[in-house]
Design a protein around this ligand. Sequence first.
Ligand SMILES: [Fe+2]
Length: 306
Amino acid sequence: MSKAKVRALRSVDLAYADPDKALGFFTDVWNLSHVGENASVHFLRGTGAFHHIVTLRRAPQKAILRMVLDATDRSTIDKLHAQVVAHSLKSIDPPGTLRQPHGDYGFGFKDPEGRNIAIVCDVKDHADSADAPDRPRKLSHVNINAGDSDATLACYRDALGFTLTDTTRRLRFLSCNADHHSMVLGFAGGPTLNHIAFEMPDLESVMRGAGRMRDDGRGLEWGPGRHGPGNNVFCYFLGPEDLPVEYTAEMQQVDDTHRTGTPENWKWPPGRLDHWGISAHPSERMETAGLNYRFTADGYRLDEWR
Ligand SMILES: [Fe+2]
């Protein structure tokens, strides 16, 4: 039997002491749209079809509740659950019926380092999905720090069906569809956040977004530049409560013929960090900000969605 695979990164669920302040940022500056509030959880969408790509809720301290992945149908969810069980993970929620807008069916679990992951199917998404200038389409990728990068890679590859598309000295790039990467995995920092990247329709929108952030008193923490792995353009910033966020565009598209890159492929000349060669190093403030974003203890349990 062939291995079941997730097919997309859908959303991230975030918690803040002041979610209304974060909501103002995500709507007025980051250019997502508020599509509703349910049991004090705010839902935010991009221009793509996904019902929401970020949720915000109140909690004593900032945290990531979970990363939400999309699967094709119920039978794929059941196969993915069996693969997760076979991977000998300790905390796994059983698959079951969900309430919209979370999906029709799904389950959650803790990965080997305690990150919360939900996998869902049949979310009632939006009929409209046209690009709009200066507005993010969807999540591009989540970049997560790691303590045991090998264990996490083995789980995402063997239990979730991700493909390793590239490696550098500091990062591993994982794909679950045509995008070169939807998850990125580091080698240090424990199970914390590195950054969350949002896909813009084009380079112009990335740059205009950088201007909007500057107007909001949030200057560039890294970029603009064009990454090696993925060939995507980037600008990095700090959002609410120093949430590390990236605007990106032009992600490389891959297929079965793609050959996994190695650190040897990504050696830059001295002083150069990207294809264009105009970006300085990331700010130290941004490099450490994500270490303060941790996954909650029980965010893998989907009781509130059932
Ligand atoms: Fe990124």
